[in-house]
Design a protein around this ligand. Sequence first.
Ligand SMILES: [Ca+2]
Length: 136
Amino acid sequence: MAGIVWNDANLDGVLDLDEAPLAGAFVKIVDLLGNVIHQFGPTGGDGRYLFPDVLPGDYNVVRTNPAGYFSTTPDEVPITLLPRSLALVDFGAARLWRLYMPFSYIIKLQKAAGLPDGIRLEGTWLSRTDHLQLGK
Ligand SMILES: [Ca+2]
């Protein structure tokens, strides 16, 4: 049971050739009753995790990102491990960012939108996750 946690810079959930491994993530294997069977972490500079001796059976592989990252692939992946087989599960994550829209820019938008001067909007933060949610 092995895999890699990587920095999914273009947020597409696919490990692309130009994307780097991600250090600082944790991965665990949980049985169907919710018991943690194995834990790995934090990942090193190669982003890889490895569970060399997991008994055959049904499990969930669960990942936790380092602080400041959000997931671009599911955090929990069900697997059925067969005897003498290797299961590979990779996890994508990307850095959270926030964009500050300053008050002066809000005023410009307000004028452009034809809102009266008496109404004042506050500067606001937009986060990458807001953007993703709006895009859905
Ligand atoms: Ca990608």
